[in-house]
Each structure stands twice: as C-alpha cells, then as structure tokens.
Design a protein around this ligand. Structure first.
Ligand SMILES: [Zn+2]
Length: 280
C-alpha cells in the first residue's frame, strides 16, 4: 500500500470523529444556555393580558388568589335577587351604581346593599356617553349629580372608587370629547383623590342576544383561567336576570379554585386603573 493511500484510510475517520465531537460540543453548549434562557423567559411573560397581576407586589399575602365580583349599572329590579344569592353564599361584591331616571326608584335598595357588607362605588348618573364624555366639566357634573342622588341612602361623600362607563380606555368617548378625554379624566380623577378600576374578566352579559346563564358562566371561567387576581365585570339591570341565575355557579367556580372574595376597596394600592375594554 502506498503511503498516500494509508493516509486517506486514516484521515477520513479522524475527520468524521472531529466533526462529530464539534457537533456534540455545539449542541451541548446550546442546551446548557437554553435552560436559564427559557426560565427567565417564562418568568418574564407573566400574563400580559392581566394588568392587575403584573402590578401585584410579591408578598405572600398579596399573591394569594383574589376575586372581585363587580356589578355595573344598578340598582335595578334584579338587585334583590343578586343580594339574596350573595347572602346565601356569604361573599361580598362591589356595585358601581347609576342614578338614571329609569332606575332611581331602586336606589333605596342601596341601604340593604351596604348593610350586608357590600361596597357601593360610582359609575355615572345618566350613563349617557354623549353627555358625560362631552368634556371634563360635563363628566364631573354627572358625578356630582350621582352623589346627590345617592346621598339619602349611603354616605356618598366617602365614596372614592369609580369606574368609567365603557372602561378607562374606551374610545367611544373620543367621538364626543376628543381623543384626549379619557387621559384628562383619569388625571383629574387621581388629582381629586379618586381611584378607578376596570376589569380583566368579563361576563359579557350586557351583549346583545341575551346570553344564557350557562354562556355567562362559560365567559367568566374562560376569562379567569390562569389569573390570580380577577376583577369580574357583570351587570345589574332588569335585562340581566341570567347573570343572577349564573351567579351561584360563578361563585362556586372561584371558591373551588381557591380564590378569596374581596370588595374593590380591599384592592392593594399598586393595583389600579388600566385594563378592561368595552361594556362597563
Ligand atoms: Zn355601565
């Protein structure tokens, strides 16, 4: 055998072994780097769609699961049924109330609402977007009028929580008060010492087509998946009897999944504003 032939016989296997070793080294390095990279990524992407969670402080008590049941647009002919269920289930809720002409006769129910440990918060007097979002003066006039309407039944002056109709990021208001109206109102709310809250779980019970109790439960459960803090938007109007019907099952679901039931005024200071969208 010639010398060059002998070389060829050895060179190829050596090259193969070297190539394999190089490949193993590259793969090893990749795997090794991938572990911390993945872990960090996972920690970083904590529920972008859940505004309250990303703001939550990391103390043991505050990382416990919490649900805030909220009802907008009452009181109404449905309120007493809702209160009966909450009493039976022994859980508190927060009512963002209105005092429009067609629901004023139900305002006395607020006395029972407060007596049974629920929170009353401000939503709007008229709830007419065209009026309240015309400009900032109109909005605060509406809130003043709401307070006056509530005053015979509750300590209206002590109420510091509000929820903007349509949520704090609604764009419907732009049609009436321009694109900066919500930013202006949010800034003014903070200056006046108010706290406002949207929602991150929506029952979609004010949507057209009158959803059934089963659909409302499904909507809530679907939105609540994976969230440690849930602010649930429901409605309290003469049209939302199916919300009351779904309520015991909604409460059961949160209870079975280890949530503590709280009113909005129990929300930690870091969790404020933001989120939500449509409906309120
Ligand atoms: Zn509303």
């Amino acid at each position: 055998m010639k010398r060059s032939q002998k070389m060829k016989r050895y060179v190829w296997p050596i090259l193969w072994v070297a190539a394999c070793l190089a490949l193993i080294a590259v793969l090893w390095q990749r795997c090794y780097e991938a572990v911390p990279g993945c872990t960090q990524q996972d920690l970083k992407t904590a529920a972008d769609d859940c505004w309250v969670e990303t703001l939550a402080p990391a103390s043991v008590e505050e990382t416990a699961r919490r649900v805030y049941l909220t009802f907008d647009d009452g009181p109404s002919p449905t309120t007493e049924t809702v209160l009966d269920i909450l009493k039976e289930e022994n859980v508190p809720a927060t009512f963002f109330v209105i005092a429009a002409e067609n629901n004023r006769e139900y305002l006395p129910i607020l006395q029972r609402t407060v007596a049974e440990g629920h929170q009353i918060a401000l939503h709007s007097c008229t709830h007419e977007y065209r009026r309240i979002y015309a400009d900032d003066t109109a909005y605060w006039e509406d809130i003043k009028e709401l307070r006056q309407q509530l005053a015979p039944y509750v300590d209206a002056e002590s109420i510091r929580w509000l929820r903007f109709p349509g949520g704090s990021t609604n764009t419907v208001s732009h049609k009436y008060g321009g694109s900066g109206i919500m930013s202006t109102l949010k800034r003014q709310a903070e200056e006046k010492g108010y706290r406002y809250v949207d929602w991150n779980v929506c029952a979609e019970d004010a949507a057209g087509g009158r959803p059934s109790a089963a659909e409302i439960l499904h909507n809530v459960v679907e939105d609540a998946q994976g969230k440690d803090t849930c602010v649930v938007l429901m409605h309290d109007t003469k049209a939302t009897k199916t919300t009351a019907e779904a309520l015991p099952d909604i409460i059961d679901w949160f209870r079975e999944n280890g949530y503590e039931f709280c009113t909005i005024d129990q929300m930690p200071p870091q969790q404020n504003g933001g989120g939500g969208g449509g409906g309120g």
